[in-house]
Ligand binder design. Structure first.
Ligand code: NAP
Length: 263
């Protein structure tokens, strides 16, 4: 796995916390230079210092709100002007909202779709050509088990992650002959700030085992190095994914709703 990452540069969105932060640390440990992107610049700078001290690697910090229109194009231009050419793109930034559809507000749904869908798609579009030209590199899209099937009371978030699953798998197919790896990560509950931000509660989810960001990231980096297409991050999630393809949609949604509607 080390040889896939060593000497590369990796742009990681949502690196200021949780899974993205862990990606930055693990990639640096594997000899990749991280480019850290999120809104909270102070956190990114602290992380860059930590990486410099622990791994003697100069991480680069870019503060950006990826939910804004044209944010991906602006980030791409910024990295081009700075001479940063990522070999690896980790599309990790994302957030959710748990609750009845009409209890959420339109602005939250707008920002969620801009971040979870639009920014992810456009960053992929901008950074992929250089990878294809070089015949190597990788894109890791962080989706979720929430994208396996529609989830009432987590409706917009689940729909955004379903989009990520679909796009990621299609691009895996398109890139098969190019040498560029495309993997889509499907974690279940992970111990991060996600639950504070989304208002979701781990106890409402149908999976009892909460994974650490470290565990999920290790699975992800190994999978990307092997060009695995769709990556549920535990044995339980692999089974749940299989079940979601067999159980009739309405039955699947009734079960999901029973877990989620507590809010
Ligand atoms: N935790 C879970 O249970 C779980 C399960 C499945 C999938 N996921 C997915 O994993 C990914 C990472 O989430 P996490 O669990 O690590 O949650 P987290 O700790 O809340 O981290 C989310 C990251 O996204 C960044 N972000 C949020 N809004 C942004 C914006 N407008 N522009 C740029 N960056 C933004 C945040 O940074 P700033 O606030 O500094 O901008 C933060 O670094 C997400 O895509 C999430 O959907 C999480």
């Amino acid at each position: 796995m080390k040889s896939f990452y060593e000497g590369t540069s990796a742009l990681i969105t949502g690196a200021s916390s949780g899974i993205g932060r862990e990606f930055a640390l693990q990639l640096a440990a594997l000899g990749s230079t991280p480019v850290l992107v999120a809104r909270r610049k102070d956190r990114l700078e602290q992380l860059a210092d930590e990486i410099r001290t622990k791994y003697q690697i100069e991480a680069c910090v870019i503060a950006a709100d990826l939910a804004l229109p044209h944010a991906a194009a602006a980030l791409y231009s910024h990295t081009q002007e700075a001479g940063l050419k990522p070999d690896i793109l980790i599309n990790n930034a994302g957030f959710g909202f748990q609750g009845a559809f009409l209890k959420g507000d339109a602005r939250t749904y707008h920002e969620m779709t801009m971040l979870n869908i639009t920014a992810l798609t456009e960053l992929t579009y901008f950074y992929l050509p250089a990878m294809v030209e070089q015949g190597k590199g990788g894109i890791l899209n962080v989706a979720s088990m929430a994208g396996f099937a529609p989830i009432p009371y987590f409706a917009v978030y689940a729909a955004t992650k379903s989009y990520v699953n679909s796009l990621g798998c299609a691009l895996w197919h398109e890139m098969k002959q190019t040498g560029v790896h495309v993997s889509t990560l499907c974690p279940g509950p992970v111990q991060t700030e996600f639950f504070q931000v989304s208002g979701a509660r781990p106890e409402d989810l149908p999976v009892r085992n909460i994974q650490s960001a470290r565990e999920v990231t290790e699975v992800a980096l190994y999978a990307l190095s092997k060009n695995e297409m769709l990556v549920p991050t535990s044995a339980t999630l692999k089974v749940m994914h299989k079940i979601s393809t067999i159980v009739p949609l309405k039955a699947n949604m009734s079960t999901a709703a029973a877990f989620m509607k507590n809010k």
